[in-house]
Design a protein around this ligand. Sequence first.
Ligand code: ZN
Length: 242
Amino acid sequence: MRYAIISDIHGNLQAAEAVLGLIERLDIGQIVCLGDIVGYGGDPSHCVDLIRRFCPRVIIGNHDAGAVGLTSVDYFNPAAREAVLWTDMVLSDEERNYLKNLPYEMDFEDFQIVHSTPDDPAQWKYLLVEEEAGPLFDFFNGRLLFYGHTHVPVVFRRDAEGTVHATGADDFILEKQVRYIVNVGSVGQPRDGDPRATFAVYESESEKVTFYREPYDIAAAQKRILQNDLPQMLAIRLAFGR
Ligand code: ZN
C-alpha cells in the first residue's frame, strides 16, 4: 500500500490542488492528512471541501481547532490570530462541524499520525530538535510516526541503543531496530526556505519514505490572501518558504 501523507495546507488552495494533482499522477490511492487544513490562507472553505473529498483519514491541527473554538488563539502570533479569526467567520456551520469532530491522532497498520507531538497532542508543542525528540519515542508503539505543525520536514531516528539523531528530509528505507519520527513538511506554507509545497509518501511493502516538493502558483495564493485583507506578511512569506 502507498500512502501520501500531507499536512498544513493552511487555506492555500493553489498548493493543495498542485499536490493532489501530483498524488493523482503518482497513482497513490490513500491520502492521509495531518491537520491544519485552514489558517493563514485565503481559501479555507475550498480547502476543507478538497480534503473532505479526497482524504478519508484526517486529524485536527491547532489552526483548525482555533478556528472552531476548540483551542485558545491567545498564544497565536498576531497575524496567525487575525487569519484564524477571519477563518472562523467565513467557514459554514457544516464545515466547522466537520473540523470540530476530527480526532487528534490516528493509528494505521504500519504507522501512527499526530499533528504536533504524541505525548499530549492537544498541547500543540513544537518538535524541532533532537533533544525534544528523544522522550517522545516513549509515547507511541510502532516504528514510525508522522507529524506536521512545524512546517519543516525532518527525520528523527532512534537506534537500538536509544541514541536519537536528526537526518534531514532525505528519502530512506526503514531499518530493523530503528524507530522514526518524521515531519512531512507543509503543503501550504513551507518554512524551510524552499517555497514549493511539501509532502511525503510511505510505501508499506518496501518500507520506504519518499519526500516530494511540488511547485504551485504562489502569486495566485498571495492574491487570495490580499483580496481577503489578511496580513500582507502572510502573502509575502509564501514566496520565500519562510
Ligand atoms: Zn500549521
